[in-house]
Design a protein around this ligand. Sequence first.
Ligand SMILES: [Zn+2]
Length: 140
Amino acid sequence: MSAIRGQNTSPELQVRRALHARGFRYALHKSDLPGKPDLALRKYGAVIFVHGCFWHKHDCSAFKMPTERREFWEKKICGNAARDAVTAEKLRQAGWRVATVWECSIRGKNRRGIEEVSNLLVKWLLNDTASIEIQEKARD
Ligand SMILES: [Zn+2]
């Protein structure tokens, strides 16, 4: 829903900038990879998705299923989430490690902020864990 506003400070761009500043280089939206990951770092065998919580149905404080046209939205958003799962599985089978950065980790009331998010990403890039999900701080 926020895709139109603030392109320049979108969570995806913040992630790109933070990693670039730390010397990481990546390819964007590679069309030969399942799901065209937002960032692909071949050297680290890793791809990174930056997902909006609404469109990708994140179970978090930022997500709320619309009450208007509920059936339409449920179908649409659940379809996106199901496709994300298939995409991640295809990538893993092709030998890629998969990171998902949720929008709520970067903006919103329970955010970690881009500094902490990029720290977590860098740590993950440098180890060999298969996947990581970065999301908002735990709620009480
Ligand atoms: Zn979220």
